[in-house]
Design a protein. Structure first.
Length: 101
């Protein structure tokens, strides 16, 4: 499964590393599963691939939908951080597997 992070906005957050385990929480803070990071790539937002969008699984899984949703999200985050958003912002694309449910 892939994930995209806003590392360019939140510089104090640690970047994911291959092999790292993470606990995924639901909206109420209860643990859902444990994942292990398999790949970490930094790509500009406008260079994220169809495959990444599909695997992330949002909406109809298309790159068009993915870009629309993420543009909205990133614009808000950049605005709140006092930064200017462009479609060339660097994003951390993380691929992971679920190792425990």
């Amino acid at each position: 499964m892939p994930f995209i992070d806003i590392g360019a906005v939140r510089k104090n957050e640690p970047k994911p590393k291959v092999g790292t385990y993470s606990i995924v929480l639901d909206g109420s803070g209860a643990p859902v599963c444990i994942t292990q990071t398999e790949r970490v790539e930094i790509k500009n937002l406008n260079k994220v691939t169809d495959d990444h969008a599909y695997l992330e699984g949002e909406g109809n899984r298309s790159l068009e939908h993915w870009r629309k949703v993420h543009k909205y999200f990133f614009e808000k985050e950049y605005y709140q951080a006092g930064k200017v958003f462009t479609d060339r912002i660097p994003c951390i694309c993380e691929t992971f597997k679920v190792v425990y449910k």
